[in-house]
Every structure is written in C-alpha cells, then in structure tokens.
Design a protein. Sequence first.
Length: 201
Amino acid sequence: MLKNSGESRERGPRNRPADLYRFSWFFYLFLAIAGAIWLGLEGGRIPPALFWDTETWWRDLGLGLAGAVLLLGLWGLARRLLPSARLLETRLAEILGPVSATEALALAFLSGTAEELFFRGAVQSVWGPLPAAALFALLHAGPGKEFRLWTLFAAVAGLVLGGLVLWSGNLLAAMVTHFLVNAVGLVRTGQRAREAETKGC
C-alpha cells in the first residue's frame, strides 16, 4: 500500500499539466458554446458578419496585428521592470507544464476564439465593453501577489480587445490579437517548463 501511495504521489505532478491541458479544452469549448447560445437567444441567429467583414477583413487583420504588438510590447516592458512579471511566468510554466509548440498554438487558437466569442461577442454586445473587460480580468485571477499583475494585464487587454471590436464592428481583429498574444505566451511558457524539467533531471 505504501509503495502504491508513493507511486501515486510521483505520478501526480507529471499528470497534472496534461490534466490541465485537457480541462482547458473542455472549458474553452464550454465558453464558446455558452457564448453562441447567449448570442442566439439575444438575436435569434449568429450572422457571419459578427466574425468578419468581407470588404474590410484585410484592415481588421492589420488591426489585430497592431493590437498584438501593443499588448506584447506592454508585457515585455513589464518583464523588464517588474520582478513579479518574471515570477508570474515561472509560476505559469509550473502550472501548465512542458506543452509542445503545437499544443500551445492549438490552445491559443481555441482560447482566443472562445473567449472573444463569449466576452466580446456576447457579454460586450449586451452589457458593454467595461463589464466585459472586468469579467475577462476576473477570469485571469489567481492565488498569490504575482497573479494580481496577470489580472491587471487581462483588464488592459480586455479594454484593447473591446476597443478593436468597437472600431472594426466584428470579432476578427480581437481574435487575431488574442491568438497572437496567447500563442507567444504559451509557446514561451512551454519552453520555460521544458527547460526547468531538463535542469531538474
């Protein structure tokens, strides 16, 4: 019995990142479905124009790239100036684990799409950009002082993403920004986790 308990304790930390990765997929799928149902109840159907405009999609892509550059630049500045930002990256790497670049990109796409559909597509269209940004920030709360910075950054990102939707009239720019920011962050986090795992061996 003691041997089995020891084996369970050894397997627990290794399994936790994989379990978190699977949970994230279910959570974001749930968020996307909830957003779609909310929009359907409000408007009866979800028009393709919610996601992109066939005439201005190229402009919206540019806005999305600009939004990503802005937010990634802000986070890069925070990493240079604030030890809590670097500590937060370490904590997130410990929580997420050594995900591959492919897994990170897939998760970035799903989270960016689902969160924008729910927060900007549904919440913002009904309650406005400020409540949507506040709820988005709360989703990124966590234990420890370093997570307060994550929540604050999410609030700023929520305002930027909400502004992109107001400016463009659809979700494409916000989805592009969200995907790129998450992709860079998740790939970097996975790489940091792999490096820590290698050093620990």
